[in-house]
Design a protein around this ligand. Structure first.
Ligand code: BGC
Length: 522
């Protein structure tokens, strides 16, 4: 059998505690972190299809766009500086997420969130008032630094604050807020593009100041997590805080585990070196391949460039921005399906269904675009049914991503890493994600110009490979307490070669790692 099946969750731990207002506020702050990330993903594509924006900052792209339809449609947006505008943010986020992990550890999650919020704000301000391309790029670098800090600290904050049994749902809540951020950006682009005088792009870019302010203020008002307080030596305050957060007095079991976990992780001298040990081979593989594959679905071609893409395949400016709103809406709604189903149907079935659906849609979209635009990019007259079919299959593709690789690309890595490698492995996950977000953003317009409709076949190929990978190599993690997760590798047809019977010893819900006294409690 390809993978371990279900697993009895009966002997996992259950700490007392409920969804208190404190925890609810935590969720809202986490949502703000996601909103900002999503807003940035959604805003750039719309702005780069606004003629007034192109005319001012990227005149050569503007001239190509205005040229008559005999110009090759596949290449009308191909510009190094235009892609740099979009992708520079992710390079900055990649660098700062590496720095952010030590800031988050030394100064607490709150400080990192504050830092993230302030950087966002500065970036949005510079972008909103941009006078030249250099201001746009500096602004986007600052936004990227902000995202690196926020994406490192907000999910951590969320996981540490959340009661054990709500952790899974809250994790996808973060993805939901990313999709809502993208949607808000798409809607705003649609309306701001209509502003007479052509300065609507300033509102689109400057609008990021609003979510930035919310997360900045939120980080000032909220308490730090008990885990972080313990880590920084404030044990008594941390115990009190935990009581308040959980809404119960009896927090001893959880508190003691937090202290033990903190002690144990302090003893790990080389978390990065640890990651290379043989028994962590499955974890390292997943930390690299899951985010890599998530980006190679090609989703950000749609998220960043939907209006540009729709424009290329024959839609007017207005219709292009409207289509981006429609895909944004589908993205957000389909994420709800995942929140509903992830603990019922399991991760593997969502991954596999989503992969199959994406593959079929990509093949159909490639065929449609290929049939009409051919290799020379000259469509002639485009019938209405054609536009409807293309948008429909792009929506079905987005929906499939939104209930599979979107949320699971963040959820699965977060639930498989044992404590002693968790922070290092999570950094690998975040940086690989940002690196390939950057790569896809940077080369997409160029690839569209050269691969033409074959671009969709390129991504379809990766979707096929990743689905085969999931089928054979990812065990089901649904319904398994994190403390028991070592079992899934031991029972797996392939990974059992790397993870031996004694590597992760389960001890009634408390997992002692052989060779160290790390207690895996979260
Ligand atoms: C991905 C982003 C993507 C977004 C779309 C996230 O999970 O990491 O790259 O743009 O989903 O909703």
């Amino acid at each position: 059998m390809p993978a371990a099946g279900g697993f009895d969750k009966g002997n996992g731990k259950g700490y007392p505690g409920k969804l208190t207002p404190f925890v609810t506020v935590t969720c809202i702050v986490a949502a703000m972190g996601g909103l900002i990330f999503g807003y940035d993903i959604g805003i750039s594509g719309g702005v780069t299809s606004m003629p007034s924006f192109l005319k001012r900052f990227f005149p050569s792209v503007y001239r190509k766009q205005q040229a008559n339809s005999s110009t090759n449609q596949y290449c009308q947006y191909n510009s190094e500086t235009l892609t740099l505008f979009t992708s520079s943010l992710y390079l900055a986020a990649l660098l700062s997420s590496l720095v952010a992990s030590s800031v988050t550890r030394k100064f607490g999650r709150k400080k990192s969130m504050l830092f993230g919020g302030v950087l966002f704000f500065a970036g949005a301000l510079i972008n909103g008032f941009a006078q030249g391309v250099w201001m746009l790029i500096v602004g986007r670098l600052l936004l990227g630094f902000g995202i690196g800090f926020a994406n490192q600290s907000v999910p951590l904050y969320l996981s540490e604050m959340a009661p054990y049994k709500y952790r899974g749902a809250l994790n996808i809540g973060f993805q939901l807020s990313i999709t809502i951020g993208i949607l808000i950006a798409n809607v705003l682009n649609y309306f701001f593009a209509k502003i007479k005088g052509g300065w609507g792009w300033r509102l689109s870019l400057g609008g990021a100041m609003v979510p930035a302010l919310i997360i900045t203020i939120g980080s000032l008002v909220l308490p730090d997590t008990p885990n972080s307080m313990i880590e920084r030596g404030q044990r008594d305050e941390a115990r009190e805080k935990l009581r308040k957060i959980r809404g119960v007095n009896d927090v001893d079991e959880e508190f003691n585990d937090l202290v033990a976990a903190s002690e144990a992780s302090k003893q790990v001298e080389h978390p990065w070196g640890n990651l290379l040990k043989r028994k962590y081979r499955p974890h390292l593989t997943m930390a690299i391949l899951i985010p890599f594959f998530q980006q190679l679905t090609g989703i950000n071609v749609i998220m960043f460039y939907a209006p540009v893409l729709f424009n290329t395949i024959g839609f007017g400016n207005d219709a292009s921005l409207m289509s981006a709103v429609i895909t944004g809406l589908v993205n957000a709604c389909a994420t709800l399906v995942s929140i509903y189903g992830v603990d019922k149907w399991g991760r593997r079935s969502l991954f596999l269904e989503g992969g199959t659906q994406m593959l079929i849609c990509q093949a159909i979209v490639a065929a449609c675009i290929g049939a009409k635009f051919g290799v020379d990019g000259n469509p002639g007259e485009l019938p209405k049914w054609y536009a409807v079919v293309v948008v429909l299959f792009i929506c079905l593709y987005v929906a499939a991503f939104a209930w599979s690789w979107g949320p699971l690309g963040w959820l699965v890595p977060s639930e498989i890493f044992p404590l002693e490698i968790r922070s290092a492995a999570q950094s690998v996950n975040v940086s690989v994600n940002m690196a390939f977000t950057f790569v896809v953003a940077q080369i997409f317009l160029n690839m569209l110009c050269h691969l033409k409709f074959g671009l969709f076949i390129f991504f379809a190929f990766f979707v096929l490979v990743m689905s085969i990978f999931i089928f054979f190599f990812l065990p089901e993690t649904n319904g398994i307490p994190i403390e028991e997760m070592g079992q899934v590798w031991k029972n797996h047809w392939f990974w059992s070669r790397y993870v031996g019977e004694d590597d992760f010893v389960s001890n009634g819900g408390v997992e002692l790692q052989k060779g160290s006294n790390a207690i895996n409690n979260v």
